[in-house]
Ligand binder design. Sequence first.
Ligand SMILES: [Zn+2]
Length: 80
Amino acid sequence: MERPMDCKQAQILSAPHILGDLDNDPLRCGQLEAHLLGCSECAQTYEDFQETIGFVLDHKAEFAQAFKKARAIEENAVPA
Ligand SMILES: [Zn+2]
């Protein structure tokens, strides 16, 4: 049986949906989209995620560089 999606589920699925990770799961995609249409709170959360994720994707190269540096520091800090 199909259950309507609750707010918690909708907010958990917002980021994967924006990233396209739900593309192979049209049922959950549809449920999420239906929930967002009827729930302004989750729609706001979704928008915030979209902004954050858009920012991260726009600065992907910089972030990758920063992660690389952080990892190198971490590896050097590990006792032999
Ligand atoms: Zn909601």
